[in-house]
Structure formats: structure tokens, C-alpha cells
Ligand binder design. Structure first.
Ligand SMILES: Nc1ncnc2c1ncn2[C@@H]1O[C@H](COP(=O)(O)OP(=O)(O)OP(=O)(O)O)[C@@H](O)[C@H]1O
Length: 252
């Protein structure tokens, strides 16, 4: 078998007395959409932070295209093709949408004009083409999510880490963004996404990993994972899987 695009091997991250990620492993195959779900505080964002290089693992290895990238800084990983979005979107408020996206594009287009040109092409892909000259500070919540996607995409990643891009959106906005994510995958970008919107996870992801209290407790196709008693218990509490099964049996 060929090497997966990303391999996280028994990675742990300790913050003082708290083991936020506890010997977690996952693989992301090139060309797919892999989901990372789990209850609040499970360690999902921390794992993203480790893969993108903003924090270093306490133990374990992170391999991108077979290369150990654990010691590399975020900009070095970005140059190799790893980009992430942030859960809390913070655009450069004084800059236009075009200039914000160009900040990402500068990684591969050092000339300002080239970066601005690249920004236009990326804006088109995320539905911001008509907002290019607007100040980023004036964008709505969904507009900021599009911008966050665009800034990451402008670095021309092979692996895109999406941290809750659908959080805070209403159902119609979710329906607008989901096809953009699907298109990105079809254009060849491999995606690892942290997401709480389960309908989107079910429709987008080939494989889902479940993190609970820092540990990887399940992996597999989304439909199987959401039926897994260990996953139900992690979300709903001890005994929940048995209660649900009893209720289903009672209602035939
Ligand atoms: N820099 C840090 N310093 C100390 N503790 C941290 C730090 N970052 C995260 N934590 C803690 O690590 C644990 C995991 O947090 P993390 O944000 O990774 O969870 P999450 O699964 O992304 O949660 P959510 O779904 O709520 O975003 C939490 O208890 C959090 O308080």
C-alpha cells in the first residue's frame, strides 16, 4: 500500500497536568475527506494544532508524505502543503477581502501583483468574487467563513485542515458551504475536518475518527461510527447506548 498523505502516530500533548491528546493515531489518505469528531474538549483542535505545527507533540510522530514534520514550524509545513483554518476567524480587519486572501497567496507568489491575482481566482472558488474590494471587517459570519477557507486555500495546500467551518451557520448557509468543500476535494485537495454538524460529516466524509478525552475511540465509515456504542456513550454519557437500544426495541 502507498504511504498515506498524513500519518499521526501515537501522538500525545500535555498541558501541565492535563493530557489533552493521549496517544492518538490516525491516517488521512490522499484525495479523500476524513472527519474528526468528538465531544467538546476532546482534543480535536489540539490535534490540529499539532499537525499544523503551532504546538509540538509531547510524544509521538507526525508524518506528512512519509516525512517526519514534527520539528517543523507552521510556515515550513505550509510550504510543504499543509494549511489550516481557525475556529475563531480573525481576518485582518483593515484590509480588503482581496488583500486578506493575498496574505495566504504570498507563500507561493512573492510578487504582490501575482498574489493579488491568485486571490481573485481563490475568491471565485469560495463564492467571494463579488466581495473582493469590500473590507473584510464588513463580512457576515458566513462571509468570514468563506474568507477563512480562501486564506487557507490561497497557500495551495495538498492537505487542508478545516476546524469547524460550519459552526455558527444556519441550515441554509451550511447548504451553501458543503458543496464548496466537496468541490475542493474534487479539485484534488485532501481534507481533514473537525466538525460538529453531523449531517455534513455524514454526507462529506469517507472515514471518521472519534476522539474522546484525548483518546481515539473509534474510526470507520460515518454511518458505522455513529452507531458504535462507545461513540454514543462518549457523547451522551454512560449507559446511553443501552438506553437507546432498549427504546428502539420497545418501539419495534
Ligand atoms: N494551550 C492550552 N493550554 C492549556 N490547556 C489547553 C490548551 N489548549 C487546549 N487545552 C485544553 O485541552 C483540552 C482539549 O481542548 P481542545 O480545544 O483541543 O478540544 P476540542 O475537542 O477541540 O473541543 P471543542 O469541540 O469544544 O472545540 C481542553 O480541556 C482544553 O481546555
Amino acid at each position: 500500500m502507498s504511504e498515506p498523505l498524513l500519518r499521526v502516530e501515537a501522538v500525545s500533548k500535555r498541558f501541565g497536568g492535563l493530557l489533552a491528546v493521549d496517544a492518538a493515531s490516525l491516517v488521512v489518505e490522499a484525495g479523500g475527506i476524513t472527519g474528526l469528531i468528538g465531544p467538546n474538549g476532546a482534543g480535536k483542535t489540539t490535534l490540529f494544532t499539532l499537525v499544523s505545527g503551532f504546538e509540538k507533540p509531547t510524544t509521538g510522530r507526525i508524518l506528512f508524505k512519509g516525512r517526519d514534520v514534527g520539528a517543523l514550524a507552521p510556515h515550513e509545513r505550509a510550504a510543504l502543503g499543509v494549511a489550516r483554518t481557525f475556529q475563531i476567524v480573525q481576518p485582518f480587519a483593515g484590509l480588503s477581502v482581496r488583500e486578506n486572501i493575498a496574505v495566504g497567496a504570498h507563500l507561493r507568489h512573492p510578487r504582490r501583483d501575482d498574489a493579488l491575482g491568485k486571490a481573485e481566482a481563490v475568491a471565485e472558488r469560495v463564492g467571494l468574487a463579488d466581495r473582493l474590494d469590500a473590507p473584510a471587517s464588513g463580512l457576515t459570519v458566513v462571509g468570514r467563513k468563506r474568507l477563512e477557507l480562501a486564506r487557507a486555500l490561497a497557500t495551495e495546500p495538498e492537505l487542508l485542515l478545516l476546524d469547524e467551518v460550519l459552526a455558527g451557520l444556519n441550515p441554509s448557509e451550511v447548504r451553501d458551504i458543503v458543496p464548496i468543500i466537496r468541490d475542493l476535494r474534487h479539485s484534488g485537495v485532501t481534507i481533514l475536518m473537525v466538525e460538529h454538524v453531523m449531517q455534513a460529516v455524514m454526507s462529506l466524509c469517507d472515514t471518521v475518527y472519534v476522539l474522546a478525552q484525548g483518546r481515539m475511540i473509534a474510526e470507520g465509515p460515518p454511518a458505522a461510527v455513529t452507531r458504535d456504542p462507545a461513540v454514543i456513550e462518549a457523547y451522551l454519557g454512560h449507559g446511553a447506548a443501552a438506553r437507546l437500544a432498549a427504546r428502539e426495541a420497545a418501539h419495534g
